[in-house]
Design a protein around this ligand. Structure first.
Ligand SMILES: *Cc1c(COP(=O)(O)O)cnc(C)c1O
Length: 472
């Protein structure tokens, strides 16, 4: 492709993206196809001859677009939102065009420093503790690819601290024990597994009727483990669980940890996973979602869910930069620099991979071009829609609210039981106009309605309600 061809195709691509987003609500929200159908519709080997961009785009329109699940669809009530925004899309384009690698300060100074600045901006906008700021020397923020990676980084830092890291780490993790409730995200267990923590060393802490962690049970289990010669090292408190947006009580969890914790270098690490809900704190009225975070060692939230920053963009902060760098910093000769020697941030030491994209541009563009006010308006709009839906469910004779409604999430079930709830989910999704997902809490089937797509309006929730009502 020549520069002139790129210019022409690039302008046309922006038009196409805008047209797609304008009309995505008219698409069937998920395709009605079987695994393998898309693969079979495309040539089985790489073509011997090339084609022009119009022919390629015609194939995209024919085979790819109709076979997507349309996450930007206004009827997207499934899982959690993965919102995009025009400002963020532009930043993605610029990032791709610049093609820089921000693994260390010296490999692209502006990429590193804009990222530090964006973490500081977001920290202020979310009202998070100052102890997370990068200019504190002990704390700092970084953009990770996903909450799963952020959690893994937290676990590795926790492991380093618990084993005194390089000082006398024999690599033996068999005595380390981690704690979370059954409601915690699967990425916690996956991270622990990657870190060498066996399943028999992962404790399930009891939860209360609101599905929040019971701190008394945490203290009991930690004490029993210490008495058995084991070493508690990591606790995950979830602010907004994936199934129901349940909120673990972080301050009370920190108190429970304090009653049994080892001192000094062996301190138990408290990580707060606020991947979905934390971003609600952009609205000053919703700052409660981060209550107790000042007691945590690390915290993450995802601008790439509700906020409208294109995937991937997870914000991760820690107050113990030393442990994180201890776990992840390796300095081979080919990466040495005088800047690093003088204390410049090298974000490769704050994450799993070496190479890294210029993701901070997405936050810079969204915050400078759109600003935070329209995002707060969108969040409030979604909360009103969710409140309204919850009221309709509560008033319905054959439906019940199945978990306390929180933020944009309403979980409901059919009074006739799990089979009726499951049938309702299938019937509601059959229209192709909207998508809800199923979850299970304490063995019970729930229909989840997650209201958070950027373009969801009252009419879309009304259409969903019509289907729910008609099939229940
Ligand atoms: C979405 C979510 C995750 C996973 O986020 P990724 O960025 O996809 O890894 C983890 N925890 C919670 C609470 C979530 O809502």
């Amino acid at each position: 492709m020549t520069p002139d061809e790129f210019r022409a195709a690039g302008h046309a691509m922006v038009d196409r993206i805008a047209a797609y987003l304008d009309s995505v609500g008219e698409q069937r929200i998920v395709p009605d196809i079987a695994p393998g159908d898309v693969y079979a519709a495309l040539p089985s080997t790489a073509p011997a001859t090339t084609t022009d961009v119009d022919t390629l785009m015609a194939d995209i329109d024919r085979v790819i677009i109709p076979n997507l699940s349309h996450w930007q669809h206004p009827g997207w009530f499934a899982y959690f939102p993965a919102n995009t925004s025009y400002a963020s899309i532009l930043a993605e384009l610029l990032s791709a065009g610049l093609g820089v690698q921000g693994m260390s300060w010296v490999t692209s100074p502006a990429a590193t420093e804009v990222e530090t600045l964006m973490c500081d901006w977001m920290l202020d906008l979310l009202g998070l503790p100052r102890s997370f700021r990068s200019d504190t020397a002990t704390g700092g923020g970084v953009i990770q690819g996903s909450a799963s990676e952020a959690t893994l980084v937290a676990i590795l830092a926790a492991r380093w601290r618990a084993t005194q890291g390089a000082v006398n780490d024999t690599g033996d993790t068999s005595r380390l024990v981690a704690y979370r409730t059954a409601q915690a995200h699967s990425s916690i267990d996956k991270g622990l597994r990657i870190a060498g923590i066996g399943e028999q060393r992962i404790r399930t802490v009891a939860h209360d009727a609101d599905l929040a962690m019971d701190p008394a049970d945490l203290a009991r289990q930690m004490t029993a483990d210490v008495d058995a010669g084991l070493q508690p090292f990591f606790v995950c408190s979830t602010h907004g669980t994936t199934s129901t947006l349940a909120m673990d009580p972080t301050a009370a969890i920190a108190d429970a940890i304090d009653t049994v914790d080892g001192a000094g270098t062996h301190r138990v690490w408290l990580h707060v996973d606020a991947a979905m809900a934390g971003i609600a704190a952009l609205d000053p009225d919703q700052r409660w979602v981060n209550d107790g975070v000042d007691r945590a060692d690390s915290y993450c939230t995802n601008p790439h869910k509700w906020m409208g920053v294109n995937f991937d963009c997870t914000l991760f902060w820690t107050v113990d930069r030393h442990a994180m760098l201890g776990a992840l910093s390796i300095l081979p000769a080919y990466l040495r620099s005088t800047a690093a020697d003088s204390g410049a941030i090298d974000y490769r030491d704050w994450q799993i991979p070496l190479g890294r994209r210029f993701r901070a541009l997405k936050l810079l563009f969204v915050l400078r071009l759109d600003g935070v006010e329209p995002i707060i308006e969108m969040l409030r709009h979604h909360l009103r829609l969710a409140n309204d839906l919850a009221a309709r469910v509560a008033a319905h004779p054959r439906l019940e609210i199945a978990a306390p409604p929180r933020l944009g999430l309403v979980c409901l079930s059919h009074i006739d039981g799990d089979a009726a709830t499951d049938a309702l989910i299938d019937a509601v999704n059959a229209s192709g106009r909207h998508l809800v997902t199923r979850t299970e809490v304490d063995g019970r089937s729930l229909l989840r309605v997650s209201i958070g797509a950027r373009t969801t309006a009252a009419e879309h929730v009304d259409a969903l309600w019509d289907d729910i009502h008609a099939h229940s």
